[in-house]
Every structure is written in structure tokens, then in C-alpha cells.
Write a protein that binds this ligand. Structure first.
Ligand code: ADP
Ligand code: MG
Length: 342
């Protein structure tokens, strides 16, 4: 049989795949009938490795002879008909007729699941229950699954929820090594990338082409790519400008965010938390100085100082967590503090 370019791509991806042991084990157990789980719900922010994981799962499913359907929800109309059409098209079937039975023994992988919020209930209550019991489904999206997936006693026994985390230092080092980065440089890049897979991959690319940046401020293109990934898929303009403000301001609170996005502040604040936006240390020249007061603490840092990553094993900075004490409350009286434009 002729080898296709896609086969070479899959082989190369396989060779460079790092970590995700728990997720792979859950999938393999379900695939081989060692577990009762039939639906895996994978979630995590942009650039954390959802698509990469799904591509590895596709290869594993094919390796054991299963039919595999991989859908990108960003290309699907979020309606029951749109979803069923997409499944049929991926199976090479005419765009009408019953769908469920065609997925007997198949693996259905859905990327960008956050786009399918409007049919999340339909999938849970109608589409998935109609599938043959030997089908295996993986839904990967940015948001944690809606509560019925976790609370319904039926689904609880069939679902495994996996949040994708940042790589630890050993996994980060392995990613860089597999990308061809020389050992002396790797420890430095592991510190810069902080375990965010996309950040690590971009740093590896920069390093193997010759330049090893001392800090992220030296690679603004890389920071732009990270920010774009973070902001892509923001549900509204308010989310977009609010997230951009979070990513570029030295210090953001929910009250300050309200000055930028108004009533959408609680929603944007929550998204910033799940997107794991946090700042690097600000350059010394921009750090607040004693006696500067609140205005000093809102000094804007350069875009190049911001990166959508959270250090592995460290909590997000206190000001960023959408904690209870930040829940909506009336704006403070007095003049509105100005947040610098993103
Ligand atoms: N498990 C992994 N092994 C190796 N590299 C990875 C892994 N996960 C992510 N990456 C790197 O990070 C990049 C971004 O990951 P991606 O899967 O596109 O994230 P997401 O789909 O969550 O936005 C990938 O192109 C790849 O370079
Ligand atoms: Mg993706």
C-alpha cells in the first residue's frame, strides 16, 4: 500500500509525543475493554495539547483496527443536524439517514468541543445514548464539562474527565530534546516556557534556528502567537478585550476589568482564570515603587512580558483567581480608576 504524507506526519507526531500517561491509559483501557468508561472528556486552555492528544488517540484507535472519526467542532454547525452531517461526511456516507448505528465499534473524537455548547445537552441526552455500546467517544474542549456529566449517576459511571495540565520539568525537557534542542540550553528554556506545551514548542523552534532568547521579551512574535492562541475562541469582543487587558496589565482585578468590559466582567474574569493567564515578573523599571499607591500598581507592562502560562505546581497569583471575594459587587464609589488600554 502506498504510504501517504499523512502517515509520515502521524509517525513524526508519534515520535515527538510527550507525557499524558493518565489520558492515554484511560483511552487504552476503554479501547481494550478493560474499563466501563465510554466517554472521555478532556479539557484545558489553548495550547495545552488537546489537538496533539487527539491525534495520538486517532493513531492508537487505528492501530487496533477501529474506524476513527475525528471532527473539529469549529467547522461544524452547532446543531443536531450539523453534527450528524459532519459525522456522516467523515465516514464517507451520504448526508442523511441514521447515524448512530454507523458508529458501531468506532472511535469518535471531537476537538474544539467548547464550540458545541448549544448541543451539549442534545449530545448527552439523545445522540450519545443511541450509540452502540462498543463505541468510544472523546470530547476535547477548553471548558470543564457541564455539571450533568459529573452528577448524573448514569454518566458518572461511563465518563472519565481529564484536565490537561502543564508539563513537569522532565516532560518539558523531553519535548525540547525531541525537538532537537541541545542539552545546555534546555534547562534555560524549561524555565522560560514554564511547562506550557505550545510555549515550549515555540521556544524550541526559536532555539534550533539559532537564537536562544534570554527572556520572552526578546521574542515578541512568540508572545503574539501565544496570545493569539489564548484569545482565539473568546466568545465576544468584551471577552477579547478583557482577556487582552488581563494579559498585558501588570495587575488586574475584577473591579478594574469592569471598567474595560462593563457588565461582562465576571464572565471574562472567570475565563481569564480558566485560561490560566498570568504574568511574568514585570521588568524592574515597570514594577511598582514604594509610595506609588494604586495607580503605580496598574502600570502596564510590555506585551512581551506577558505569557498565557501558569508555572507548574504554583497557584495562580492571588489577584487572578476568580475567587468568591471577587464575585460581582457594586462598583466602588468615587472616580473610576483608568486601566491602560491593552
Ligand atoms: N503531548 C505532547 N507532546 C509533544 N508536544 C506537544 C504535546 N502537546 C502539545 N504539544 C505541543 O504544543 C503545541 C500546541 O498543542 P495543541 O495540541 O495544538 O494545543 P491545543 O489543541 O490544546 O490548543 C503542539 O503543536 C505541540 O508542538
Ligand atoms: Mg487545538
Amino acid at each position: 500500500m502506498t504510504t501517504q504524507l499523512g502517515d509520515l506526519l502521524d509517525e513524526a507526531r508519534r515520535r515527538t509525543f510527550v507525557g499524558r500517561r493518565r489520558e492515554l491509559a484511560s483511552f487504552d483501557d476503554a479501547l481494550e475493554g478493560r474499563s466501563s468508561r465510554r466517554v472521555l472528556l478532556v479539557h484545558g486552555p489553548g495550547g495545552i495539547g488537546k489537538t496533539t492528544l487527539l491525534l495520538e488517540l486517532r493513531t492508537r484507535g487505528r492501530d487496533v483496527g477501529r474506524a476513527v472519526v475525528l471532527l473539529d467542532a469549529r467547522e461544524i454547525d452547532p446543531s443536531p443536524e450539523g453534527f450528524e452531517h459532519a459525522v456522516l461526511a467523515a465516514l464517507g456516507e451520504p448526508p442523511s439517514g441514521p447515524v448512530a448505528g454507523r458508529l458501531a465499534g468506532a472511535v469518535l473524537l471531537v476537538d474544539g468541543y467548547e464550540q458545541l455548547g448549544p448541543i451539549d445537552g442534545w449530545l448527552r441526552q439523545a445522540f450519545l445514548p443511541a450509540l452502540p455500546a462498543d463505541a468510544l467517544v472523546v470530547l476535547a474542549g477548553r471548558d470543564a464539562p457541564a455539571s450533568p456529566w459529573r452528577t448524573d449517576p448514569g454518566w458518572r459511571s461511563l465518563v472519565a474527565v481529564r484536565r490537561l495540565d502543564h508539563f513537569d520539568e522532565a516532560e518539558s525537557d523531553e519535548l525540547l530534546a525531541l525537538a532537537g534542542v541541545a542539552p545546555p540550553v534546555r534547562a534555560h528554556l524549561v524555565r522560560l516556557g514554564r511547562g506550557h506545551p505550545l510555549a515550549m514548542a515555540l521556544l524550541a523552534d526559536v532555539a534550533v534556528t539559532g537564537t536562544v532568547p534570554d527572556s520572552l521579551a526578546e521574542v515578541p512574535d512568540l508572545v503574539s502567537a501565544l496570545l493569539e492562541t489564548l484569545l482565539r475562541g473568546a466568545p465576544s469582543d468584551a471577552h477579547m478585550s478583557g482577556l487582552a487587558a488581563c494579559a498585558t496589565a501588570w495587575l488586574t482585578t475584577e473591579d478594574l476589568l469592569r471598567k474595560v468590559v462593563g457588565a461582562d466582567a465576571p464572565a471574562v474574569w472567570g475565563l481569564a482564570g480558566t485560561a490560566a493567564v498570568h504574568r511574568q515578573r514585570a521588568p524592574r523599571a515597570l514594577a511598582p515603587r514604594p509610595g506609588q499607591g494604586r495607580a503605580g500598581r496598574r502600570v502596564r507592562a510590555p506585551l512581551a512580558g506577558a505569557v498565557p502560562v501558569a508555572a507548574p505546581g504554583r497557584p495562580r497569583p492571588r489577584g487572578r483567581r476568580p475567587a468568591r471575594r471577587h464575585r460581582p459587587r457594586p462598583p466602588a464609589p468615587g472616580p473610576a480608576p483608568a486601566l491602560p488600554a491593552p
